[in-house]
Design a binder for this molecule. Structure first.
Ligand SMILES: Nc1ncnc2c1ncn2[C@@H]1O[C@H](COP(=O)(O)OP(=O)(O)OP(=O)(O)O)[C@@H](O)[C@H]1O
Ligand SMILES: [Mg+2]
Length: 511
């Protein structure tokens, strides 16, 4: 196969960090080439160089056999290199069609002609099914919908090279499949695709070859068929793991119910949802996008107005009209939203400040003085457990890689004394080593009596990390499955609307 893009011995330094150390990389026409490695390994830096956002300090790049210097993102576009990054670039106030055609006005004059073309693109992507209309404003779309629009934009004029930096991190299974189809189609047209991911299992479905990076270096490039998850993990981390998922300890029969929802309804979506959560329990919440699994967590902390039903904490009835993340936090319930990148990290401040700002009371001594040593010690402990790189409390958060920023956000929450955790997609975008650490951490927290509502699109997490799993479908809770009975087939059945036969937790269809 023809070599489309060839990078030779690329080196890139940031102040104090050697992000890329003589990395060589080859992309063939018509291949999907996965790029994997731990958080901070240099994946985004490398593709940012291809996309013209960063200039390498040294090294050469050839496109279709000709040496090129990619001077800017605009220049990369002209060369046929398109990239979709972890931080999306859409303009929230503009419509989907306007965003797709932004910067292409010359080729498609007039909005009237843009809309049908955008409609065509979206139809191709199966985006209408996901509820995306060309006339919708981007600010009204969900994160996965935005992502798919961004991809529509990048692929509208067939690129030579398409770079997707963690494309599936914010997508659910259904959208992931839409994306798989699209990139397979582009592959047959000879497009070279670079696919960065932390979900190793998807490589086997989508990629032809995989390149592993570690600490800014190229470690190996292998055909996907000649490798295994274990091998890749070893190449990525330099370590061997006996076990990815901790062994689940049963919840003691005497454990008390710490949270109970009864017939909860919200203005937009949830219908008569009932479940209980016990001390020491990790309760998984699954379902497709739009199933209500995220509404469930948000309703619990007052981010979705509750219109009916009862909510109890340790048996005590709460006033559902007065819920907020802050008041729930005071009651020991902590919410981790899925889109942490967009949410409150102070990127100009240090890792230490970000981790401890929300938990200052824990480090207060005599009500006034901060216990600096204790603070520092706790922060260092989290840096070590979550393998945050660089492992230094005083680094500014904005200089960390995407995944390491997320670890900081997670640690910030875990550092508080919390009894109930409501977590949306806590391992999204996080590398395998840290994922293992997070599963262990959740497991330890549960062992110490905390209760965890674990909302996730990753089916393996529902299968392996949760004591029980509930499945949402069209705003209703349609199944409660104990750990021993959870299987992928079973989950999928419920994801697509199969109802459980007996009454139980499921509500009668009101519509
Ligand atoms: N703008 C920057 N300033 C300083 N250091 C940076 C900057 N961007 C990245 N780095 C550092 O370069 C290294 C590589 O980061 P990069 O973002 O390429 O990692 P990555 O492999 O994409 O990780 P992730 O999986 O977390 O997204 C990291 O040590 C990171 O802290
Ligand atoms: Mg990255």
């Amino acid at each position: 196969m023809e070599i489309l893009l060839r990078a030779h011995e690329i080196t890139k330094r940031f102040p104090g960090v050697l992000a890329l150390d003589r990395v060589s990389f080859e992309l063939r026409a018509g291949e999907i080439h996965a790029l994997v490695g731990e958080n901070g390994a240099g994946k985004s830096t490398l593709v940012n160089i291809f996309a013209g956002s960063f200039r390498p300090d040294s090294g050469t790049i050839e496109l279709e056999g000709r040496p090129v210097q990619i001077r800017s993102p605009h220049h990369a576009h002209e060369l046929g290199i398109r990239a979709v990054f972890q931080q999306l670039s859409l303009v929230p106030a503009l419509t989907v069609a306007e965003n797709i055609f932004l910067g292409r006005e010359l080729t498609a004059p007039g909005l009237l002609r843009k809309a049908p073309m955008a409609a065509q693109t979206l139809a191709q992507l199966g985006l209408f099914d996901a509820g995306v209309l060309p006339t919708a404003r981007v600010r009204d779309l969900t994160v996965p919908q935005r992502y798919l629009v961004e991809i529509a934009k990048a692929t509208l004029e067939r690129p030579k090279v398409l770079i997707l930096d963690e494309p599936t991190a914010s997508l659910t299974d259904r959208e992931t499949n839409v994306l798989f189809q699209l990139v397979r189609e582009l592959r047959t047209q000879g497009v070279g695709i670079i696919w960065i991911t932390h979900r190793l299992e998807e490589l086997y479905e989508i990629a032809d070859r995989v390149t592993v990076m570690r600490d800014g270096r190229h470690v190996a490039t292998l055909p996907v068929g000649e490798t295994s998850t274990d091998r890749l993990i070893t190449l990525m981390t330099g370590r061997q793991y006996e076990q990815i998922y901790p062994t689940l300890q049963p919840v003691p029969a005497t454990a008390s119910v710490v949270l109970e929802m009864r017939d909860i309804e919200t203005a937009h979506g949830l219908r008569r949802v009932s479940f209980t959560l016990r001390s020491g329990e990790i309760l998984g919440v699954g379902g497709l996008i739009g199933s209500g699994k995220h509404l469930l967590g948000r309703a619990l902390v007052g981010l979705e107005p509750i219109t009916g039903g009862e909510l109890r904490l340790a048996g005590k009835l709460l006033d559902t009209e007065r819920l907020s993340p802050q008041t729930m936090l005071q009651r020991g319930v902590m919410f981790f939203p899925a889109d942490r990148r967009a949410e409150g990290l102070l990127t100009n401040r240090s890792v230490l400040e970000n981790m401890t700002l929300a938990a200052l009371e824990r480090f207060e001594r005599a009500g006034v003085l901060l216990d600096k040593r204790k603070e520092r010690h706790t922060v260092e402990d989290f840096i070590r457990r979550l393998a945050i790189v660089p492992p230094h409390p005083l680094v500014r958060v904005r200089n960390l890689s995407g995944g390491n920023q997320q670890k900081v956000a997670l640690a910030r929450g875990l550092i508080r004394d919390t009894r109930i955790f409501v977590m949306e997609e806590p391992t999204q975008g996080i590398d395998v080593g840290a994922k293992i650490a997070i599963y262990q951490l959740l497991h330890d927290l549960a062992q110490q009596g905390a209760a965890i509502l674990f909302i996730t699109s990753d089916m393996l997490e529902l299968l392996h990390v949760c004591h029980r799993v509930v499945v949402m479908f069209q705003g209703e809770l349609v199944a409660t499955i104990p750990h021993e009975d959870v299987s992928e087939e079973r989950l999928l059945q419920y994801y697509f609307g199969h109802r459980r036969e007996e009454g139980g937790q499921s509500s009668v269809d009101a519509a």
